[in-house]
Design a protein around this ligand. Structure first.
Ligand code: HEM
Length: 162
């Protein structure tokens, strides 16, 4: 894990479970699994490995977001990955959908604010469920294969809450 060059701005809401759900969505959805490619600008030795100047590096975010040593059930959607036994939000160093270091996503703060606001606004106004005849276990969460991994197209019902 390469530390960020600048201190991260962390916004914690007073809604730890919602916070944990949004984090788990980002961990599990893993929308940019191969990050962006980088190149070493000088010779580097990292943990005993020599990497010459000019080497292309593809930092696999997927390998961290689904690392068995970091997550209790890496391949299962489980917001408890971000909660302690008392339900308090727990920050995880392996949570890095926005990458790390100097070239960390410049839009992280905006993206996280949007995710929180959109997610909570939608859930306040609608109840979501699979279409009639489909159970939640029928839903296929396998992502589309590609440089980015959006979900497969699927139908879902959104019913206005009274
Ligand atoms: C859920 C939403 C988003 C995710 C998961 C995401 C993820 C990422 C990742 C993994 C990188 C590559 C970092 C690296 O090279 O190590 C990146 C770069 C970048 N992102 Fe995002 N991003 C998101 C939304 C946004 C938004 C909303 C903006 C702008 C409004 C934005 C602007 C940028 C920019 C400018 C870079 C290039 C930074 C640089 O090379 O210095 N991103 N993003």
């Amino acid at each position: 894990v390469i530390g960020s060059a600048q201190p991260r701005i962390e916004h914690r809401t007073k809604m730890p479970y919602t916070d944990a759900v949004v984090h788990e969505i980002q961990r599990f959805a893993n929308i940019l699994p191969m990050n962006l490619p980088h190149e070493t600008t000088e010779d580097v030795t990292l943990k005993g490995y020599f990497i010459p100047k000019g080497t292309y590096i593809i930092p696999l975010l997927a390998s961290v977001l689904r690392d068995e040593s970091q997550w209790k059930k890496p391949d299962t959607f489980n917001p408890e990955h971000f909660l302690d036994p008392k339900g308090k939000f727990v920050k995880k160093e392996a949570f890095m959908p926005f990458s790390a270091g100097r070239r960390i996503c410049a839009g992280e703060t905006l993206a996280r604010m949007e995710l929180f606001l959109f997610f909570t606004s939608l859930l306040q106004r609608f109840t979501f469920h699979p279409p009639p005849g489909v159970t939640s276990s029928d839903l296929d969460l396998t992502p589309v294969v590609g440089f980015t991994t959006p979900p497969m197209p699927h139908k879902i019902c959104a019913e206005p809450r009274s």
